[in-house]
Write a new protein. Structure first.
Lengths: 158, 740
């Protein structure tokens, strides 16, 4: 039954009427028009729908709208600040860490979540952290390099 | 989003002026206010037809090749260059490499060049984006159009500046007199107030490698910023006012027949519309998840025809049902070759059905206004989709416009456009724009898989370890990559069936999967070569070199060995090194892999892959390298885990929990080497490296363990079985090996 859901989305408050049991993925993609969050498998396997909830990367296809009530949600559209790309976005571009680009938003947000908890991950830790995000084009090697580059920039090393 | 948002402002006016109904290309061209337009046709239509035959799906009407032109470019009054092509961007990079070619041939600044791709109303006909053809076949014609445009500009500049053409130089969109560089004029100034059309019939000269300014240099992707910010729109991201999302009733198995359906419970949900149009039963709603829930309430009964085969019995079925074999190459006398052989080997190689598994499922949004349908579709062949939609709607083709936004991976799978036809039919039935996006289960169910296939090889060597005969038959994978390139005096290569086979051969749809047929053929050939090298006690690189005469294959194999740091040893050396080489899409390719095998688990970790390619002159080296890395990574899947499980017409895999595609932790250290070959025309890069992945890993497993794997994928269970038996006569092959 429709109720009102309130949360912060990309640093702005939102209130919208939505059935609390609806999947967050479809609320984002249809009600809110944020199509950067992708449907890849609908069962939480692939990570194309990954978003950040309170700084943690989660699969939006498995979350209900009510699960984010009062929380902070960040989608790929909210990562750019004042026209400045996030270091992860810049690094994905610089390393050519994408081909078709369909997995890219989820991949970047997964990496963002990883860097929140570990500012200096080793290559092995990045691989472990991204293991359940799928890329069919095979950009994996470059994605790992991009995350390392972004991590260094976020630490102020270059 | 408007269909024309991506057009330069002056062209947007031309595209919009008819109001809601998008223009035909002819109308569009009439409306282009001014500037210079160069049309170009392929010089070699026979070659294009051959490629179409290779790539087109037989059940689709084979497209007529265009008689007018294949591409055109427009130089606007502001100096802006827009090129129009029916090719599409699905990650492989033409959105970057085509403008790179154009700017270089035209001597225009790269950022003044835009590209419009895959719009059937605005772009000239193109049969489809596949076969690694964009750079090698389309590229030269495209470059010729730019060279022609530059020739026109030089003539105009000569008239305007009163300077002979021979004294003029073009650079960065400006033409100047070399004797007096202050006498100069821009492309925009030359195009202003004119309307010039040129139809290119003779092939003008394109730049030699030495004159390349942009081509041959690495260039980062032009679509990267949109793809890292979420702005890049794929078909399912397009929104239109009043649109509905459709979920479609699907049968439980291929061959199942709908016997009864009750849609009443679905209609209980507010806002739900149900469409029943023959075999198409769909539930539509303004929210996709609500439509999905409503679909689940439909009561439907199907009768399932009991069908053979399943994923265990498929190979016997294929051998029994395959059409007669056609000989694709032969030489010498096989009986003589067998007589000369001191040792003979008869082996059967198998591979299973493999899914495309692009991360983006098939999606389309259809809108019908008046008598015109506009469909945004994830497709590799927008013109083929247009024709299919027109047939389904009963519309003339010029009343259907297909627009191709970014495509989220294709690999051959998006040559099937069923979802676009479904969206168009539902838009017609409801009178509203309709989106169809397949679920992952629908994606697995309707995918046109890489075919399961069998290769039987008999071969022999003499006492010196030289091959004396080679008798090769591939069943149901087609002959791409089947002919060997080794020096074998007595040989015969035959193919029974193409990669699709006659109707009914396969229990469900099969089709082109990245380098169709060649993964199957290269796995079999390079495994058999390796097996003979091991039997002869000769290092597998040396054994190949002993049988090669083609200088480009020798060079690419030696380059792979040198860069890898290969030292000769007979296999199994216990180092876990494997080698393989092959040809695809005009490119010579060789790879060496290092693997570690965990015997207790049967697990294979690929630790390193070095791949060397000779692909002629390289247009975008970074793009080519990325394609090689992608091929190697994607190829790990069909080599190690990917196979469709099925029981009759029922596809048992419905998602990535049972169908396993490569993960980060599988990816080896990858080294790529692209050999300089600037004297040769550019060749394909999107497919060649993937053809080696089955054999190079199988050969490395043999080198590590002494066990020979004969069936793809090389799952832990098959690896353990091979370790127990040595492989060759093991239970991993259901087909008994008969003595030669």
């Amino acid at each position: 039954m429709p109720t009102t859901i309130s949360f912060r989305l990309n640093n702005r408050p939102v209130r919208l009427p939505a059935d609390a049991a609806r999947p967050l993925l479809w609320v984002l993609r249809t009600d809110l028009g944020l199509t950067g969050t992708k449907y890849g498998c609908g069962e939480g396997h692939c990570g194309c729908c990954e978003v950040l909830v309170n700084q943690r990367a989660v699969r939006s296809c498995l979350l209900k709208a009510k699960d984010v009530e009062g929380k902070e949600v960040l989608t790929i559209e909210g990562l750019e600040k004042d026209g400045q790309l996030h270091p992860l976005q810049k690094a994905f571009m610089a390393h050519d860490a994408l081909q078709c680009g369909f997995c890219t938003p989820g991949m970047i947000l997964r990496a963002f979540g990883l860097l929140q908890s570990n500012a200096r991950p080793s290559a092995a830790e990045i691989i472990h952290g991204l293991e359940e995000n799928f890329c069919r084009c095979g950009a994996h090697v470059r994605i790992v390099q991009a995350v390392q580059t972004a991590a260094a920039e976020m630490r102020g090393e270059h | 989003m408007s269909a024309n948002d991506f057009l330069a402002p002056d062209l947007q006016h031309a595209a919009d002026s008819a109001g809601l109904v998008p223009p035909t290309r002819r109308e569009f061209l009439k409306r282009v206010a001014g500037g210079i337009i160069v049309f170009v046709a392929f010089g070699d239509l026979a070659a294009a037809q051959e490629a179409a035959n290779e790539a087109a799906r037989p059940r689709m009407a084979r497209p007529e090749l265009p008689t007018d032109f294949n591409a055109f470019l427009h130089i606007g009054e502001d100096g802006h260059v827009t090129c129009f092509t029916g090719k599409i961007e699905m990650g492989q990079g033409p959105i970057t490499s085509l403008p790179q070619m154009l700017a270089d041939e035209l001597d225009a600044p790269l950022d003044s060049v835009d590209i419009v791709m895959g719009d059937t109303d605005l772009c000239p006909y193109d049969m489809g984006t596949w076969g690694s053809l964009t750079t090698r076949q389309f590229g030269p014609a495209f470059r010729a159009a730019a060279a022609e445009a530059k020739a026109v500009l030089l003539e105009l500049a000569s008239e305007t500046l009163q300077v002979p053409v021979a004294r003029l130089t073009a650079r960065d969109g400006v033409i100047f007199d070399r004797q007096d560089p202050t006498r100069r004029i821009t492309y925009g100034q030359l195009a202003k107030g004119r309307k010039i059309e040129r139809h290119l019939k003779v092939k003008p000269s394109v730049k030699d490698f030495a004159a390349f300014a942009l081509m041959g240099k690495p260039l980062l992707r032009r679509d990267a910023r949109d793809k890292v910010t979420g702005k890049a729109q794929f078909s399912a991201d397009i929104r239109l006012p009043g649109m509905l999302y459709a979920k479609i009733l699907r049968p439980p198995a291929h061959g199942a027949k709908l016997t009864s359906v009750d849609t009443t419970p679905a209609k209980a949900t507010a806002g739900v519309q149900v469409v029943q149009d023959g075999d198409l039963v769909a539930v539509l709603h303004e929210l996709p998840d609500v439509a999905e829930q409503a679909l689940e309430r439909i009561k439907a009964e199907f009768t399932i025809q009991p069908r053979e085969p399943n994923d265990r019995t498929i190979f016997e079925h294929l051998l029994a049902a395959a059409p007669a074999a056609n000989v694709v190459s032969k030489g010498g006398d096989l009986d003589e070759g067998k007589r000369l052989a001191q040792r003979s080997f008869e082996t059967t190689y198998l591979n299973s059905y493999v899914a495309h598994s692009a991360m983006e499922p098939h999606a389309a949004l259809a809108s019908i206004e008046g008598d015109k349908a506009t469909v945004w579709a994830s497709t590799q062949n927008p013109f083929g989709a247009r024709d299919e939609i027109a047939r389904a709607l009963g519309f003339p083709t010029e009343k259907v416009r297909v627009i191709t936004p970014f495509v989220g991976g294709g690999f051959g799978g998006k040559t099937v456009n069923t979802q676009a036809v479904e969206a168009a039919r539902l838009a017609k039935a409801t009178g509203r724009p309709v989106q169809v996006m397949w679920s992952r289960a629908e994606e697995f169910y309707y995918d046109a898989f890489r075919p399961a296939a069998v290769v039987k090889i008999k071969s022999g060597i003499d006492a010196a370890g030289q091959m004396t005969f080679w008798d090769y038959t591939v069943f149901c994978a087609g002959d791409r990559g089947a002919p060997h390139f080794y020096t074998i005096p007595h040989h015969r290569t035959a193919a029974a069936g193409g990669f699709q086979g006659p109707p009914g051969l396969h229990p469900f749809a099969v089709g082109a999967w990245r380098a169709p047929g060649n993964n199957t053929n290269t796995f079999a050939r390079e495994s058999q070569i390796d097996l003979m090298a091991a039997a002869a006690g000769i290092d597998p690189v040396q054994f190949r070199l002993n049988h090669l005469r083609d200088p480009r294959m020798i060079r690419v194999l030696q380059a792979a060995a040198d860069h890898f740091g290969w030292t000769p040893a007979k296999s199994p050396s216990r180092r876990g090194y494997g080698v393989a080489c092959g040809m695809d899409a005009g490119t010579w390719v060789a790879a060496i892999a290092e693997v570690a095998v965990d015997a207790s688990k049967g697990a294979v970790q690929v630790k390193r892959v070095l791949c060397a390619q000779d692909m002629g002159v390289v247009i975008n080296p970074e793009g080519a390298k990325i394609q090689m890395e992608g091929c190697i990574t994607m190829g790990l899947g069909y080599a190690l885990t990917e196979e469709i499980q099925f029981e009759g017409g029922k596809i048992l895999d419905t998602n990535f929990d049972t169908y396993t595609i490569p993960r980060f932790s599988w990816v080896p250290k990858i080294d790529t080497v692209i050999l300089e070959a600037n004297e040769f025309p550019p060749q394909g890069g999107g497919e060649p490296a993937i053809i080696l992945m089955g054999a190079v890993i199988a050969n490395a497993i043999h080198d590590a363990t002494g066990a020979r794997l004969l069936q793809l994928p090389m799952t832990p269970a098959r690896v353990k079985a091979a370790l127990l038996t040595g492989g060759l006569t093991s239970a991993n092959s259901p087909l008994p090996a008969a003595p030669v």
